[in-house]
Design a protein around this ligand. Structure first.
Ligand SMILES: CC(C)(COP(=O)(O)OP(=O)(O)OC[C@H]1O[C@@H](n2cnc3c(N)ncnc32)[C@H](O)[C@@H]1OP(=O)(O)O)[C@@H](O)C(=O)NCCC(=O)NCCS
Length: 102
């Protein structure tokens, strides 16, 4: 973590999902905008973090278009989730992205 990151009050957005039957209708964007508003207004956050499974390139690129930067850091899913995984565990590593709020 950089020194600048360490000084900021920050809020983390976990892994989020929209019911597949309702995807691509703007709900994910509403969720994201609402989370940023709560981070600013309720938590007085100066920074937000988003965690996205590294193989979800389109979602990482979407976050980059929202002004996030990729920290280059990767974290693992909790062991109990890994135990249930039916795919390559390396693919399940989570990219950490961050954005400084205006
Ligand atoms: C990512 C997800 C939450 C977006 O929800 P949605 O309602 O379909 O999103 P919208 O209709 O508002 O917007 C669609 C676009 O914005 C992106 N997007 C919107 N909200 C997003 C969010 N909160 N996080 C990441 N990407 C988001 C989508 O990836 C998509 O990008 P694309 O058009 O380049 O493919 C949804 O597709 C989903 O649940 N996916 C499966 C779970 C998942 O991969 N979650 C990501 C964390 S690992």
């Amino acid at each position: 973590m950089t020194d600048e990151e360490k000084q900021d009050v920050a809020v983390e957005f976990g892994l989020n999902a929209v019911d597949p039957d309702y995807q691509s209708r703007g709900i994910g964007t509403l969720l994201y905008n609402g989370a940023v508003r709560i981070a600013k207004e309720y938590f007085n956050a100066q920074r937000v973090y988003s965690y996205i499974i590294r193989s979800k390139r389109n979602q990482i690129e979407w976050c980059l278009r929202q002004g996030f930067m990729d920290t280059g850091r990767l974290v693992s899913l909790p062991p109990e989730v890994q135990l249930q995984a039916k795919v390559d565990l390396d693919e399940l590593k989570v990219s950490v992205l961050t954005k400084r709020l205006q």
